[in-house]
Design a protein around this ligand. Structure first.
Ligand code: GLN
Length: 544
């Protein structure tokens, strides 16, 4: 689809680094994804990588309150949520190689040391850790699949833990042809209301910090609440040693999906391509993207979906779900309002009052017992009141427990995750999980196949019988109970035929009740909204 324009001229991969200055949370991920989008729509093959300076091997063991959602790739990597943005913007899958942590770097170096690969040498941050970082950066480039690799360096310049990454970039800048590598520094230009002006000093300091590590930025992307005038641009350019056209304004946007257009207006893509000596003749083709944006911003309908979870105070914990609802809403020309509902706030008594105005209910993924009774009450309310219901992972498991308790009258039915001694373990630990003792990276992860049942709603929605979806779980629907559930009216709508694992359940006597053991939200992108979410929103609209 995307092709390499300058095949005869350029054969090497180009590397773009994105560093951050002044403060965290400036949106390096969105800037990286937006630039990548523009380059991709000009015909370049682009991927984005995130380097995270923490010591966890991956974010799989982090509480969502710490770090937001854990995103999962097809190849089963548990990754930073920025990879979700990369996929949603670029519409191509990422992999393990797209997210590297300090923990992983050190683990690789220490494993090599134990094998004797550095025999006789003292193993040090420089050169061994920086060599491993450079190797991880270039892995994607060396596949030959990408013309441009954008590497986002997590954290803020000046952090102790980021130093080896910045040093690796410095070395690469020295090693590679200057036209093959560049650094974009994302910074903040704050507006001081009392002075009535934008201030450049924090940016000057942060660039100075970067330069002390031997790295001079080629482009400054300046986050700001107010437009940068010519004077400010010139001042930033002069004092930070970059060209004036390389001062890129990044003004606060109404939605993250506006950012590619904002970067296009500022010519970030052109500046970057010029610096990398790449062709800039054709403009990015953003028609489909803009079609999505138009629908998103000009909705004909409005609906409210309740998202029931236990981490709702931090919306980032459900990032892929909320974005999937945006994509599916736009497809239906509908603005989806999310009502964030804490599962611990729901009781048998207040559930109907709290949920009665919703057009659809999602019970979210999660781990552990906190808040599960509220989730079960929410499932019951959706089932008994014909409200469109989508259960995701733990949400499906809660739907199974609810059905067991209230339809099959197995009053103590539970998941063994919550109650090891239940006499009706309708959700059980998967066989292969029983011997696992370590927590990190040991769940059933990544893409697994699922075959859809002939008469299922899911088959009609997907339009094909064989699907593949991403997973992250240890527990499953206990097959011993399946016959009883089916007799009582539940449809096993999707199964992994090799392992007999139940992947989807439906209630055919309900207008829209679908619950899935996998995470459809990870595969929803702007140009490819997920069919389950699209149909769920459609069902919600029928309620309005
Ligand atoms: N805790 C459940 C399990 O491990 C569900 C996981 C999830 O929702 N991702 O099976």
């Amino acid at each position: 689809m995307y092709f390499w324009r300058n095949l005869n001229v350029m054969s090497k991969t180009k590397y773009i680094f994105v560093t951050g200055g002044v403060t965290s949370s400036l949106g390096k991920g969105i800037i990286s994804a937006s630039l990548a989008k523009l380059l991709q729509e000009r015909g370049y093959r682009v991927t984005i990588q995130k380097l995270d300076p923490y010591i966890n091997i991956d974010p799989g063991t982090l509480n969502p309150y710490e770090h937001g959602e854990c995103f999962v790739t097809d190849d089963g990597a548990e990754t930073d949520l920025d990879l979700g943005h990369y996929e949603r913007f670029l519409n191509i899958p990422t992999s393990q190689a797209n997210n590297v942590t300090t923990g992983r770097i050190y683990q690789a170096v220490i494993n090599k040391e134990r094998k004797g690969e550095f025999l006789g040498k003292t193993v040090q941050v420089i050169p061994h850790i920086t060599d491993e970082i450079k190797h991880r950066i270039q892995i994607l480039g060396k596949t030959g699949e990408f013309d441009i690799v954008i590497t986002e360096i997590g954290g803020t310049v000046g952090d102790i833990e980021s130093l080896p990454y910045v040093e690796a970039v410095r070395q690469l800048k020295w090693e590679l042809d200057s036209k093959d590598i560049m650094v974009i520094h994302l910074t903040l230009v704050p507006y001081l209301a009392a002075a009535g002006e934008l201030k450049t000093k924090p940016t000057q300091h942060s660039v100075k910090m970067l330069m002390q590590s031997g790295v001079a930025p080629d482009v400054l992307v300046c986050r700001t609440e107010r437009h940068l005038n010519e004077n400010i641009r010139k001042k930033l350019a002069l004092f930070c040693n970059v060209e004036t056209n390389s001062i890129i304004e990044s003004i606060d946007a109404e939605t993250i999906y506006d950012v590619p257009n904002l970067m296009l207006d500022e010519k970030l893509d052109k500046v970057v391509l010029d610096k990398l000596n790449l062709e800039t003749k054709t403009e990015p083709k953003l028609e489909k993207w803009n079609d999505f944006l138009y629908k998103f911003k000009n909705p004909k309908h409005h609906i409210t979906i309740g998202l029931i979870g236990k981490y709702v105070e931090l919306h980032d914990a459900y990032k892929s779900i909320s974005e999937a609802l945006i994509h599916a809403g736009a497809t239906n020309e509908t603005k989806v309002h999310i009502q964030w509902i804490h599962s611990e706030s729901l009781t048998e008594k207040n559930t109907s009052e709290k949920l009665k105005n919703l057009n659809g209910i999602i019970v979210a993924p999660g781990f552990g017992g906190r808040g599960i009774e509220g989730k079960i009450d929410a499932v019951r309310f959706a089932r008994e009141n014909n409200i469109p219901f989508l259960g995701i992972c733990l949400g499906m498991q809660m739907a199974v427990i609810e059905f067991a308790r209230n339809v099959l009258h197995l009053k103590d039915a539970n998941s063994v995750e919550m109650d090891l001694n239940t006499t009706n373990p309708v959700i059980n630990l998967m066989e292969e999980q029983k011997k696992i003792t370590e927590k990190g990276g040991t769940m059933r992860l990544g893409a697994w196949d699922c075959t859809l049942e002939k008469n299922s709603k899911s088959l009609a929605i997907y339009g094909k019988q064989e699907i593949s979806e991403r997973h992250r779980h240890r527990y499953e629907f206990n097959n011993k109970y399946v016959a009883d559930f089916v007799k009582a009216g539940m449809l096993i709508a999707g199964e992994n035929k090799k392992t007999d694992l139940v992947e989807i359940i439906e209630l055919p006597n309900h207008p829209w009740f679908v619950a899935v053991q996998f995470h459809p939200e990870y595969k929803s992108t702007v140009l490819n909204p997920h069919p389950l979410f699209v149909d769920f929103i459609k069902a919600g609209l029928d309620m309005v």
